[in-house]
Ligand binder design. Structure first.
Ligand SMILES: C[S@@+](CC[C@H](N)C(=O)[O-])C[C@H]1O[C@@H](n2cnc3c(N)ncnc32)[C@H](O)[C@@H]1O
Length: 213
């Protein structure tokens, strides 16, 4: 047997995996359209751009929010993030089951990003938050609570990576407590998306979450 013998089998398996990924995504989209906020899983180009914005030469946690069917998770792992550094937080029961079977070596936590501080392992510094959350289609109060949690868990200099379908997107760039470090458009996605990398600045007092938030 040569490598060529296995190639069609590998291709067939990869195709079957993509079909099941789209099927799981479509079912969840029908059930929870606002929480999904996307018409299709992230493209490999978008996922790779998100992963490329994670700072290198760090050893803290990388927390992925709203992993869906794992397009960005896969890109983070391919880009060299060690599985022990990756913590995935997802609110959908269906996606959590899918992610756990697809990525058995990483921590996939079932929970709400608005309660991030309670979910992340204590005493582990977080280097980056990689978010696919649909902040624009979530209720504004929920989106604000999620952003407040970013600020609560990140150290000064920590990074947030978020994409949006609003290609003009100035909203996140002007978030108190964060400075924009990079922002560019990925056209090869349905629809095209802007990827932003923000740096957490602990010095901005306007954004300290109120007690009890
Ligand atoms: C745009 S989809 C993710 C797309 C993903 N990158 C993919 O390609 O499959 C948004 C995800 O955020 C999740 N989500 C929405 N609100 C959430 C919340 N408050 N906490 C955690 N996950 C949430 C949804 O269940 C969904 O998986």
């Amino acid at each position: 047997m040569t490598v060529d013998t296995y190639r069609p089998l590998a291709r067939g398996l990869a195709r079957a995996w993509r079909v099941s990924e789209s099927w799981v995504f479509a079912r969840e989209l029908l059930d929870q359209p606002a929480a999904i906020g996307a018409i299709w899983p992230s493209s490999s180009r978008l996922a790779a751009r998100m992963a490329s914005r994670v700072p290198r030469h760090c050893d803290g946690l990388v927390v992925e929010l709203g992993a869906g069917t794992g397009a960005v998770t896969r890109a983070l792992l391919s880009d060299g993030i060690a599985p022990r550094r990756l913590v995935v937080i997802e609110r959908s029961t269906r996606f959590v089951g899918y992610l756990r079977s697809r990525f058995p070596g990483i921590r996939v936590l079932h929970g709400d990003a608005a309660r991030l501080a309670e979910l992340v392992p204590p005493d582990h510094p977080i280097d980056a938050i990689v978010s696919s959350l649909p902040l624009r289609s979530l209720p504004p109060k929920v989106a604000a609570a999620i952003v407040a949690q970013w600020w609560a868990v990140l150290p000064a200099g920590g990074t947030v990576i978020q994409y949006t379908y609003d290609l003009r997107a100035r909203g996140l760039a002007s978030l108190p407590g964060f400075m924009e470090r990079a922002s560019d458009i990925v056209w090869a996605n349905l629809p095209p998306a802007r990827v932003m990398a923000l740096e957490c600045s602990r010095a901005d007092p306007r954004f300290a979450p109120a007690a009890g938030d």
